[in-house]
Design a protein around this ligand. Sequence first.
Ligand SMILES: Cc1ncc(COP(=O)(O)O)c(C=O)c1O
Length: 348
Amino acid sequence: MLYGHDKIDILHLPTPLEHLRNVSEDLGVDIYCKRDDLTGLATGGNKLRKLEYFLKDAIDKGATMLVTEGGAQTNHGRLTAAVAAKYGLKCAIITADEYPGEISANLLLDGMLGCPVYFVSDMENGKQAVLDKFAAEGEKVYYVPMGGSNEIGMLGYIECAAELDKQAREMGIPDANIYVTVGSMGTYLGMLLGLIDCGSSLKLTGINVLPYAEDTTDDDANLEALKSALWDYYCTAKDKLAGGRDVWGVTPDDFVIETVHIHGAYNNAVSEVRDTMYYLARKEAIIIDPCYTGKTFEAVVDDAKSGKLPAGSAVIFMHTGGLPGIYTKHHRVELEKELMPYMHIGEF
Ligand SMILES: Cc1ncc(COP(=O)(O)O)c(C=O)c1O
């Protein structure tokens, strides 16, 4: 029981914390990887930790169906579909994105998992129409927010923080700096509060990949807008989980975030990020994705090279999953162009 909420055990926990010897030697910083890409169902990822808590809440409330929303290539949607399939619930994903013209990456997996995806041009009306349809069919819908980021989803990462703190102490890196991706914020905020809860001396740096400012290319505006959104989320969590008591004592100054790795837009194809993906694959055989973890590992590499991460210090890169993203058309096309020289067709 965590802050009044229980969960259903879906995952094989703890996920491993691995030392990455080759990149550590190369960059002069001691780099570890928390393998939250290995969380289990349907190619894994961070959202499953949140879904353990959502599933319990949904079943307790008598739900027959999970519905969620996100981008067409939402990893969170795919994992919501996975959990629903495994636990005998129906599921649907609603997206305001346009149909991309092909059923690839997460969309392919959504279909395999038996989960319909509704492409609505206007989220507000479209969402209501889809929800009305399922209500008329007699379904009791449990709505999981975008990215699973509310006070319930966050609990999965409050719990993960204690798991990681224990592993870091056992591995002799109790004050390492954790680099984690910030999208809809639940993973970062859960980690922040969880580290406080267990009295950890681990540090936390959030790498933002989802612009919060209107001008998505303005890194400073993004930082300001994200900090304000995080503060609102924190205040809501405080109310809902702790009855308004400030059990964590967080101030906006506690949010340590980098916005320079957004590269101007969410889920865009960026050649430097692909180079980082090749680097980690070729040094450690770990595959990261172009939307989330590629940008976060780029931050680890850049900060190691610039000395922002001091030589010899320990850093933990949170691998939050997202593998299907490499098969999204606009990423796959660029990857294929760059990887064509590896194909030797009829010549030796
Ligand atoms: C692979 C991956 N990593 C990181 C994140 C970011 O997590 P959060 O939305 O909790 O900030 C997401 C969110 O969709 C994700 O899919």
